[in-house]
Write a protein that binds this ligand. Sequence first.
Ligand code: KG4
Ligand code: ZN
Length: 357
Amino acid sequence: MAHLTLGIETSCDETAASILEDGRRVRSSVVASQDLLHAPYGGIVPELASRRHVEAIWPVVQEALTRAKVSVGDLDGIAATAGPGLIGSLLVGLCFGKALAFARNIPLVGVNHLEGHLYAALLDHEGLSFPFTGLVASGGHTHLYLATAPGDYRLLGRTRDDAAGEAFDKVAKFLGLGYPGGPLIEEWARKGDPNAVRFPRSVPPQGSFDFSFSGLKTAVVNYVKAAGGRRQEAVDSTPSPPRSTLHAVHDPTFVANICAGFQEAVVDVLVRVSVAAAKASVSSRLILAGGVACNGRLRSKLAERAVEHGIQVYYPTPSLCTDNAAMIAAAGYPRLLRGERAPLSLNADADLALGPA
Ligand code: KG4
Ligand code: ZN
């Protein structure tokens, strides 16, 4: 008999549920995005996110069951994200999972969201196994791990300030491009010249695999302001444009070049540090996961560098890079199979670490 796992994910602004068969086959993966809800604010409003999760969680789970053609009674286990993330959001999915587990006497395990992102790549690549080096680059995290075995992770490096996706989102907000910023900046960058403006790269000292993106973000802001200032002097007393419409007053080529230069700088740093970490690691396998791993320029540049250094790179398909519940079910499955069962007292933890600190 096949083992059916229900995955539940509500750590941030996506309400997601998935039915996974035998830890591998995605029978359904439903993701209700809140992008439109948060877009007017240029970022996630935690209170709005948790309220929307409350409304969406049961319909999303029902939709996942329907698409997989199974009922609650067929489930063998539940895996729900327990952290890290926004506490109000996490609590909705975890409490829903615990209630369902209690009511139907189904085992439940709590899953670390970052472990879920790494498992997304394992789901997509049949032959891929531990050990590997894994980079999770998303809106909330830029964390590099050495993953030795299931459940055995060591943090190699992390961002010291903004996450890579956060930098994309903040720069897009500043340029008035919209939210989420990553895909929009990538689209603008395609029309720009990555060498037109060279933004600074923050590269960690020898032996460190940490990242930093806030200096880059400030460099973009300063560059655009300086260019805007010159333009305004030229047209005399034109009032300053509101921040959210900056791109409307600039030449589209200027905006495209800023996006291309910014994207190139982020990609350059992510590639350099993760390749260095993979080279220093026991394994030549490198996994790239999280929303930023959707970025085409990052994928192509990393592929190039990886070949030069004898490293094999694996990415999940884009729908599994961004937040989803199939990856949570995949990470929870081996533990459910071992008979693990979380107590009903299991709590969500906004700062849940993956591996020893
Ligand atoms: O993994 P994810 O869905 O949620 C978090 O756990 O944060 O990642 C969302 C982040 C956002 O910051 C978004 O701007 C970024 O991933 N992102 C991208 C791209 N697609 C999504 N960043 C760069 N290029 C993309 N194509
Ligand atoms: Zn995520």
